[in-house]
Design a protein around this ligand. Structure first.
Ligand code: OXD
Ligand code: MN
Length: 623
């Protein structure tokens, strides 16, 4: 099809697309964006293969050596387009207060007026892909549908791996079903006859990631990377869904979901929130260590959970996604063997390095090989050798380099991962990256205390993600960049959940706070982490079963040394104290910093959280 046809507004919808609102919206967006062509994605393997080949022909994808990595590709982005752009991300609620102080805001009409000229003709010379997807198992009462219109074939193929994408979505959508419209453009229109001069078109200077919470719309301009462009993930499944959850009485959370089965065959489900770059994928694929024969950990999700109360008195969670968009650097068979096994075939890699034999490489893989490779092509297409790296500090892979892979590649995938009913949650875990202060694990004495722990959670920034290193960034519930409304109202939503659910006879999940990252005076991590986190997980299950007494501390109930299963690990009581002790002076400073955090969030801050802080401070004073 060519330009005149599109201008004639024949959108060529397949007969099986019957949703009137969808058809009208696509017609409007074609009129606005003026693509040369429209492709209605059906989600088939044939279509995936065709689009991947097209991306190879365009130079966006490099096909990897099939003997090393079957059916896999490497894409390298524009160096200006390598991560989510939080400073360009907006929640455009009607009232500024409803976006809150942690979100960028612009009045909706003003934002629409800003975006209109940018989207006008933004797809000239390009194809518009119509990408229908279900966040969550198709037809699940917890799931929601989105439709992304994008001018990026890279986005279309990533969405095939990351979501339940394709024709079957239209059956669920029917004639009048609801969907979230997700508009995406790389923001690089081509003039008549002009060809791309780059294999990663994007707009190097203008980027907008915009959410209208009241009308549940997403408009993304200028970036082709990750959460900026794969709009089902952070934009729909967190920012828009958190609004839906608030209005409809459920939770949309930045949480992994795992199953853990004990040797007697009893299974538990845990949902755990950690800020970006704190090892969520590793924890969700944990391999139990020595001393845990007969234990099994299985993955339901690695990043996002949608959790709804159920009539049986439990909260049920689904993973709205169907794949993993994980950070590659640091991943190896020591840190995450299940993940490495997931990456054998059918993977899209972005911004990792290319080996001379057509495979991929990233920092951390030398731990498996026992040595660095002699030569690579780095993510920017330059030669890389250990000598160059030593001299210039150049990284072969970008620190935010990613793999996109379907969940079904994961050898530890939970058998219920795609169950439309979801899985019942026994406990929530909240954890940040803190080299001091926050202990290895404590259990909140009450729901309120758990909400306090989550609301004040912080993480030390890593150079890779946020610039300055080692600064504590408060990241409440690990939702700072993802909560689609005022953060204090979100705290209130969590607090209200307790009362509503108790009235309905619910047993609420326990809440735990963890910190795998405490360091000793020499600056070395004390807790071994990774698979060894199983020891902490087991203590939590013992608490659920009433089999561990714990000990009361200022910040919740902590394990006694003897309550942790130490078989297979040398970790003495002194080391245990290093990761569990409560430093009075450090905590006094910590509470001051909670004050500043609550001050920032003072509009609608629940009074109960301030009272909880005062009560904890009194406990500290009494130490
Ligand atoms: C992610 C993130 O990519 O949290 O999951 O940044
Ligand atoms: Mn995440």
């Amino acid at each position: 099809m060519n330009a005149p046809t599109m201008q004639g507004l024949n959108i060529n919808a397949p007969a099986y697309v019957k949703n009137a609102r969808l058809l009208a919206w696509v017609a409007d967006m074609v009129a606005l964006c003026k693509p040369n062509n429209i492709v209605w994605c059906d989600g088939s393997q044939e279509e995936y293969d065709r689009l991947c080949q097209q991306l190879v022909d365009a130079g966006t994808f490099k096909k990897l050596n099939p003997a090393k990595r079957a059916d896999s590709f490497l894409a390298c982005s524009d160096p200006s387009d390598v991560a989510r752009v939080e400073d360009r991300t907006y929640i455009c609620s009607a009232q500024k207060e409803d976006a809150g102080p942690t979100n960028n805001w612009m009045e909706p009409a003003a934002m629409r007026a800003t975006l209109q000229p940018l989207f006008d003709g933004c797809m000239k010379g390009r194809t518009m892909y119509v990408v229908p997807f279900s966040m969550g198992p198709l037809g699940s009462h917890i799931a929601h549908i989105g439709v992304e219109l994008t001018d990026s074939a890279y986005v279309a193929v990533n969405q095939k791996l990351m979501t339940r994408m394709g024709k079957a979505v239209y059956d669920v959508l029917g004639v009048d079903g609801e969907f979230v419209p997700c508009m995406h453009t790389v923001g690089a229109p081509l003039a008549e006859g002009q060809k791309d001069t780059t294999s990663w078109p994007c707009n190097p200077t203008v980027k907008y990631i915009v959410h209208y919470p009241e009308t549940r719309e997403i408009w993304s301009y200028g970036s082709g990377y990750g959460g900026n462009a794969l709009l089902g993930k952070k934009c729909l499944a967190l920012r828009i869904a958190s609004n839906m959850g608030r209005d409809q009485g459920w939770l949309a959370e930045h949480m992994l979901i795992l199953g853990v089965t004990n040797p007697q065959g009893k299974k538990y489900h845990i949902a755990a929130a950690f800020p970006s770059a704190c090892g969520k994928t590793n924890f969700s694929m944990l391999v139990p260590p020595a001393g845990f024969d007969g234990w099994k950990v299985t993955t339901i999700g690695d990043d996002i959970a949608w959790i709804k109360p159920n009539a049986d008195g439990k909260m049920y969670a689904i993973n709205p996604e169907a794949g993993y968009f994980g950070v590659a650097p640091g991943t190896n068979t020591l840190t995450n063997p299940n993940c490495m096994a997931s990456l054998d075939k059918n993977v899209i890699f972005t911004n990792v390095a290319l080996t001379d034999d057509g495979d991929v490489w990233w920092e951390g893989m030398e731990k498996d090989a026992g040595k660095l490779p002699e030569h690579l092509i780095d993510w920017q297409g330059k030669d890389w050798t250990p000598a160059i790296a030593k001299e210039t500090g150049a990284k072969a892979a970008h620190p935010n380099a990613r793999f996109t892979v379907a969940a079904t590649n994961n050898p530890a995938l939970d058998s219920a991962w795609d169950d439309p009913a979801g899985v019942p949650i026994d406990a929530f875990i909240f954890g940040g990256r803190r080299s001091t202060t926050v202990p290895l694990v404590t259990e909140a004495r009450t729901w309120m205390e758990g909400v306090y722990m989550a609301a004040t959670m912080g993480s030390e920034t890593t150079a890779a993600a946020f610039g300055a290193q080692g600064v504590v960034r408060r990241d409440p519930f690990a939702m700072l960049p993802f909560c689609g409304y005022n953060m204090s109202d979100y705290f209130q939503h969590w607090l209200d959940m307790e009362h509503k659910l108790e009235e309905q006879g619910h047993t609420l999940p326990k809440i735990f706070c963890v910190n795998w990252f405490r360091k000793d005076e020499a600056g070395k991590f004390v807790w071994p982490g990774y698979g060894e986190n199983m020891r902490v997980l087991k203590w939590m299950l013992d608490r659920i079963e009433g089999q561990a007494q714990g000990q009361d501390t200022m910040f919740g109930v902590a394990p006694q040394y003897a309550e942790i299963t130490w078989t297979g690990l040398e970790f003495n009581e002194a080391q245990f104290n290093t990761v569990t002790s409560i430093d009075k002076a450090a905590w006094a400073e910590e509470f001051k910093s909670h004050d500043a955090h609550f001050e920032l969030l003072s509009y609608h801050m629940p009074k109960e959280l301030i009272d909880t802080k005062n009560a904890l401070e009194q406990r500290l004073a009494a130490l």
